[in-house]
Design a protein around this ligand. Sequence first.
Ligand code: GTP
Ligand code: MG
Length: 343
Amino acid sequence: MDLPMFYNEEDEWKKVMLMYDSALKEVYTKIEILNNEFKLNHQYNPIEHITSRLKSPQSIAKKIRHNGRELTVENIVKYINDVAGIRIICSFTSDIYRIADLIAKQSDVQVLKVKDYITCPKPNGYTSYHMIVSVPIFLSNRMVNTKVEIQIRTIAMDFWASLEHKIYYKFEGNAPERIRKELKECADVVAFLDHKMLTLNEEIRTYSHEDELQQYKEILSESFQNMIKDSYGTVVDDDNQVENEQILNDNMNQPVEDKKNDSTTDNLEENFQRNIDNIINKSTIQTKNDNSQTEKEGHAIYEAEEQAAIGKEKASKETEKENKTKKNDKKSEGRHIKFFGFR
Ligand code: GTP
Ligand code: MG
């Protein structure tokens, strides 16, 4: 790196720059390792990309003069925290804190300063998580702790910061009020978007087909309840309700292998019909005992058969699908049947 302004400390400056360059490499590698490990364990990449830079001599000189200090190598090392800088861009806000925590926990990393502009955004709307850390650099005859500024932000935060940076330079820090206001509004949108994306991601992550199956069972059970209620004016008693649910559960959870060995239930249509028949039989027995509901009983059976017809149509489509899957995938043989049209 050219260094005309430090001509009297040129050797010293070169050594210092070697330290900062090495520190950048150290921290960069640490972050890469964390990302790779995360990918291996969770099949997920928390880091979108990483950039790093060494501050230019002109920027260093400007900053040190802005601070009202003399331009010496000693002052630079002491007062400028971002000679070596790394920016980590993540997908989600939660990744930012996770990565910051993993870096901070490393035994050779010393966290000197943290600025959480995510919890406390700057008045202009800037959000990002900043850490000044120090890492040991081992030379042939000594070890030198060297500072690195780490900025961690989401893609959306980075998008905002780069536009704000352009505007800042364009107007030399005096952007018109309207533009500043609109930029602040964009920052609010960024915060909203990050929150929304995080929530959605959590939902996708925790989504399970088992939940869907359970929900479907509940809906199905409820629809039978309603059917019987509509027909008789009363809900079947609790014992029967439990039994009906048990019948549905038993049939849904019966593995394909079991069904294969059961000659009366070797396909899905029969299975579905058996569910319906069982429920109808329960209702019929109850009604017969009641001895005064013959007409309504006929109505209930009719209703149930109609429901069965709808179900059969679904089940026969599902059978077709199942047969295809069985042909294509030998592995599917031991799994549980998902009939009634689950995805
Ligand atoms: P330094 O540690 O010397 O940089 O002092 P500082 O107090 O300004 O540190 P801070 O952590 O606030 O900012 C460090 C870096 O974050 C800056 O060099 C920018 O890269 C970035 N940054 C801070 N504020 C803003 C901002 O309002 N807009 C944009 N675009 N970037 C910012
Ligand atoms: Mg800076």
